[in-house]
Write a protein that binds this ligand. Sequence first.
Ligand SMILES: C[S@@+](CC[C@H](N)C(=O)[O-])C[C@H]1O[C@@H](n2cnc3c(N)ncnc32)[C@H](O)[C@@H]1O
Length: 278
Amino acid sequence: MPAIEDKVSAHYTTEDLIGRIKAALVAAGANPLAPRPEDLKPVDEFHTGGIVATDDLLDQLEISSDTLVLDIGAGLGGTARHIARTRGANVTGVDLTDAFVETAQQLSKMVGMAQSTAFRRASVLDLCFTADSFDLATMFHVGMNVADKATLMAEVHRVLEPGGVFALFDVMAAAEDPALAFPLPWAESADVSFVATPEDYRAAARAAGFVQVAERARGDFALDYFAQVFRTIEAHGMPPLGIHLLMRDTAPQKLRNYVAAIESGAVAPYEMIFRKAG
Ligand SMILES: C[S@@+](CC[C@H](N)C(=O)[O-])C[C@H]1O[C@@H](n2cnc3c(N)ncnc32)[C@H](O)[C@@H]1O
C-alpha cells in the first residue's frame, strides 16, 4: 500500500471498534447482538448531516432493486445498508481501512443484511472490479483523503456502465488555498488532507469522460446540522453512540475545527452528480 494510504488507514483505525459500538448500543438501550439497522445510524454514517444528507443525495438518483451500486470509502457500511434497505438495491462497499471493512461486515451480519451488502478492501485509486461493473457509484466524504483526483475519477468512470452515475458528497475548498486548523475529522494533520476546490473535482471528472448533471453547496445545511448537534449535547450530554467513537479523544476538537472552517468560508460540503456518456 502506498505510504499515504497507510497513513490514511492508520488515521481511521481505532482499538476494538466493534466492542465499543456494542457497549454503546447497550448504553443506548439497543440489542447489541441483533440491533435494528436504524439503531446504528448515529455511528454508521460518518459524514456531515448523517442520514439526512445521505437521503438528500440519494433522493436525486434513480435507484431500484436492479441497480448495481458501489459505495466508495464505505466506512462502517451505513450508507450501503441504507441504500440496500430503502431502495432494494444490492450494494458493494469498498474501503481502504481494514478495520472499517471488517466492522462493516460484522454490522451487516448483526442487522441481518449480509446478503444485500458486501464489503471489500480496496482503494478508489485501484478498484478491484472489471470495467462497466456498476450502474451507480456513491462516495460520501472520501475525496478529502485522496490527493489524485484525476485517478479517482478515471477509476470510478472505468467501473461504471455507459450511462452510469457517480454521486458524491465531499468537503471541498470554498476558497483558494484555505488555511485549515488541524485536527479535522478526516485528518490528524495536513499530510493526509487533500481538500480540493469544486473546480478541481469538475475538471478531473471532465477529463475522465463524465458529464456533470448536478451540484449543490451545503455549507448552510452543515452549520444548521452542527448547531442542532451541539444544542443536543449541551442539553443531554454526549450520547453513547455517535461518530465520536470513530475519532479518538480529539473528536470534540476535530468537530470544532471543521465547523469553524465552514463558518469562515474556507470549506463546505458539496454534492456533485456526474454521468458517464452512454
Ligand atoms: C469520513 S470516512 C466516511 C465513511 C463513509 N463514506 C461514511 O460516510 O460513513 C472516510 C472513509 O474514506 C476511506 N478512504 C480514504 N481514502 C480512501 C481511498 N483511497 N480508497 C478507499 N477508501 C478511502 C477511509 O478509510 C474512511 O472509511
